[in-house]
Design a protein around this ligand. Structure first.
Ligand code: NAI
Length: 497
């Protein structure tokens, strides 16, 4: 067991180049005195565990160790292609509630990019929501021709990540935070994310808040990346924009990544296992080292972090490089020699750019998690009056919208519901529509309560009854009750409705 002044960190070297780059990082840590404050304990994860048939890619002991440590430092791990095995990286973030992915993108000396050549410094953070969105992976083949993916965004989920972004910005002295979104199209999901960003932002009057539509953001990042200091985004958009940002500073090999949760956090390299160079001693350990530096700061080891970061910057500045970057006229070194070069630069500072300030002292500030007894997210503080006003039913059919409407109107006779709309791939095709709208075999039909006085008086029973009547004639492939919340519509309109 660690003494209280030490922290225990679960360590998973990973697959492919993972063990090589992890070894390099651990040697640098050791030389910088990290081991006086940290005990590393290795856990079994990755391809060797998948090969035993364990579809999570980690053993029960690994899960227990990570839960008791609260910190995992991991190398890249391969995802089995095909079969049921899901990405271990996504599983880890979701299982342990690591809801925010924090990445720092900064121009590094010796790393040649379009922007470094133009003298435009890049220094920005991206905070990506890590658990929700389409990453729920809730997908179905609903008909012969149609598959769907459910995009789940929750108010508490948005709050966690936006709060984390503002708190981190405050700690780092960042004056402006942007929210990237597509709320002009996905008014409910992205709309919720943006609205929670704005609401939580009110608690941070010193931070300037701005929002930007994701497509414009991508263009701006390529044209003028220096404008952005911190961007917070939903999961999928954040994933894509993070890699775009990595490209601005030289690629995934230079982009550290921290997955932060209330209790458990994961620090990892964002690149993959690089099977093409695995075992050859050629891999660049910079990304894993930068993630390790974030981890050291996370546990309070600010002095070690600054000393190692300055040594890395000085090494890069000296022109030492692995084969994936750097001056082609300077021979590349291998992973181990690169680590030796960083070790030789410990205590030195970069001269061409500002060195990271090295604090006089440091102390472990991280406390391992306590097993949660209640789920704090599972509560809502807003009391709203929710009433059923209808339902959307998706049926598998190749009937024309007019034929379908006539049949469904007959089925709905004698119920409180009126057929109000049919849409196909989200575009209204009945009662009005265009013959040029192309159709697929999943039609969404919308029924709404005809007599508005009944709203609030009838529950979901009649809706389910209507569903079962339709099910006698059609294959049902989707059913969603339509609700109003305090009189406000809780569903979107179809395109053209
Ligand atoms: P990759 O990142 O492994 O490789 C892409 C290219 O970048 C290759 O040419 C590789 O040699 C190079 N590269 C990557 N890291 C490097 C480093 N540190 N130093 C020098 N060159 C480096 O991506 P790929 O090939 O798509 O994926 C390979 C495997 O990695 C897959 O099984 C994938 O599922 C997994 N993967 C794991 C990740 C993680 O654990 N966080 C992230 C991405 C992929």
């Amino acid at each position: 067991m660690s003494s209280p002044s030490k922290v225990t960190i679960a360590l998973a070297p990973g697959d492919g180049i993972g063990p090589e780059i992890m070894d390099a990082c651990l040697r640098i840590f050791d030389a910088a005195g990290v081991n006086e404050h940290v005990d590393f304990t290795t856990v079994e994860m990755g391809q060797s565990v998948f090969a035993t048939g364990e579809s999570r890619g980690m053993t029960d002991e690994a899960v227990e160790t990570i839960e008791s440590c609260g910190i995992l430092y991991k190398g890249p791990m391969g995802t089995p292609i095909g079969g049921g095995g899901k990405s271990i990286n996504v599983t880890l973030r979701k299982t342990f509630g690591a809801f925010a992915n924090l990445r720092h993108f900064i121009s590094l000396p010796g790393v040649d990019t379009v922007f470094s050549r133009a003298g435009v410094p890049v220094d920005m953070y991206i905070v990506r929501e890590n658990v929700e969105d389409t990453y729920g992976g809730v997908e179905h083949r609903v008909t012969n021709d149609v598959v769907e993916c459910k995009r789940l965004i929750s108010a508490p989920g948005c709050d966690q990540v936006c709060q984390f972004a503002f708190q981190t910005a405050k700690q780092l002295g960042i004056e402006q935070v942007h929210c990237g979104h597509k709320a002009n199209i996905m008014k409910m999901t992205d709309g919720l994310f943006l609205s929670r960003f704005r609401t939580l932002g009110e608690d941070y009057p010193d931070i300037e808040k701005a929002d930007v539509i994701i497509d414009a953001l991508c263009m701006n990042l390529v044209l003028k990346p220096q404008v952005y200091k911190m961007i917070v985004l939903p999961n999928l958009q954040g994933d894509i924009v993070s890699d775009l940002a990595a490209g601005l500073v030289g690629g995934l090999g230079f982009a550290p990544s921290a997955n932060i949760g209330d209790q458990i956090s994961i620090f990892e390299a964002v690149h993959g296992t690089a099977p093409d160079i695995a075992g050859k001693g050629l891999a660049n350990p910079t990304s894993l080292l930068l993630s390790g530096i974030m981890m050291l700061r996370h546990v309070g080891l600010t002095r070690c972090a600054a000393v190692i970061e300055n040594a890395l910057l000085a090494t890069l500045e000296s022109g030492v490089h692995t084969g994936d970057f750097g001056d082609p006229d300077v021979p590349a070194v291998g992973t181990s020699d690169f680590a030796d070069a960083v070790i030789a630069h410990l205590g030195k500072h970069p001269s061409g750019q500002e060195a990271r300030p090295v604090p006089e002292s440091q102390a472990v500030s991280f406390t391992p998690p306590t097993r949660p007894s209640v789920n704090e997210m599972m509560q809502t503080f807003t009391q709203v009056n929710a009433n059923i006003v209808g339902c959307d039913i998706t049926v598998e059919t190749t009937l024309t919208p007019l034929d379908l409407a006539q049949r469904l109107e007959r089925v709905a006779m004698g119920t409180p519901y009126k057929l109000t709309m049919i849409s196909n791939r989200g575009t209204q095709v009945w009662p009005s529509g265009s013959p040029y709208t192309e159709l697929v075999d999943a039609q969404r039909v919308r029924f709404e309560i005809e007599d508005k006085h009944l709203i609030g008086r009838i529950g979901q029973g009649p809706t389910v009854h209507l569903l079962s009547r339709i099910a006698e004639k059609f294959a049902i492939v989707g059913f969603v009750p339509l609700r109003e919340y305090d009189g406000e519509r809780g569903f979107s309109l179809a395109q053209g409705q």
